[in-house]
Design a protein around this ligand. Sequence first.
Ligand SMILES: NC(=O)c1ccc[n+]([C@@H]2O[C@H](COP(=O)([O-])OP(=O)(O)OC[C@H]3O[C@@H](n4cnc5c(N)ncnc54)[C@H](O)[C@@H]3O)[C@@H](O)[C@H]2O)c1
Length: 310
Amino acid sequence: MKNKNILITGGAGFIGSHIADTLINDNEVTIVDNLSTGNIKNLKYPNHENLNFIEADICNTDLNDVTSGIDYIFHLAAMASVPLSVENPIKCNEVNVDATVKLLKSAVDNDVRKIIFSSSSAVYGENRNMPLKETEPLMPTSPYAASKASCEVYLKSFFESYGLNYTALRYFNVFGPKQDKNSQYAAVIPNFISALLEGKQAEIYGDGEQTRDFIYVGDIVKANISACKSNFNGVVNVASGEKLTVNRLYEIVKNTLGSNLEPKYLPERPGDIKHSLADVGNMEKINLKINSGNFEKQLSDTVNWFKTTL
Ligand SMILES: NC(=O)c1ccc[n+]([C@@H]2O[C@H](COP(=O)([O-])OP(=O)(O)OC[C@H]3O[C@@H](n4cnc5c(N)ncnc54)[C@H](O)[C@@H]3O)[C@@H](O)[C@H]2O)c1
């Protein structure tokens, strides 16, 4: 992607900053971020001449002004924490839904070509029909998940009503450098890494035979850019489509770090799902191919990043 005007909301966060780092050399990039969970230090080129960084809250900034002249929007800014959304559902709705609708309206008014929305596998909630296809019923169990599901419905309605192009990407368990170790998603990876780096036993809830579908942040960047270039309007799961047990994951992290510490097994947490797996057939619709054979290398890159940062 070259010579485009790009807006990234939440561009100082874990995923948004990776998108910004990838696009900044060849495009004009505007970031709107209130730095609530993001950090300017996440950006590789915070002083790049192509970067226009606006420190602002998407709830009360003039989005019409921000989206003027923009070709593509990557919309990531959100209250991205399930527990916080349970604590404060009104605020969650304000940030995740109200501000998104305002952004969509301004995108229509400013003839934005396409918006790529960061949705989540959380929208499937209690649906256990693995592997999960995009057509499966949504069964959100938190205000956060409900807000993502609402945004997907709004995106479809703006496409139908005003022709605003969109792709909503449902990320599964994302991991990679710059991930906040307190993040609810894939927190298991940063937790294993930081425990072992500190010479402590890592904790596993249950017997460790639960499975997850992990996806590297670099592949999430690819998904966003591929979605942007494609003509596909709709929803796409973004995942590896492969299940990995938490025990196997622990083995890989342990071997990468050359540790011989055994994990500590704790009782299963109520509400934890046993298996999560995506059907990734729709990724073809945005011409996205992910090489899941790179997992161990991606994990070791992540381990190395944590090693130098922690
Ligand atoms: N990380 C994952 O595994 C995962 C999985 C599914 C979906 N998602 C979604 O992807 C997006 C990015 O997630 P992330 O992991 O990078 O989280 P993050 O918390 O690192 O990034 C979110 C960014 O948005 C900013 N932000 C929050 N509220 C804002 C507001 N009101 N105004 C302006 N900026 C605001 C934060 O400061 C932060 O920089 C989120 O929408 C999240 O729901 C993430």
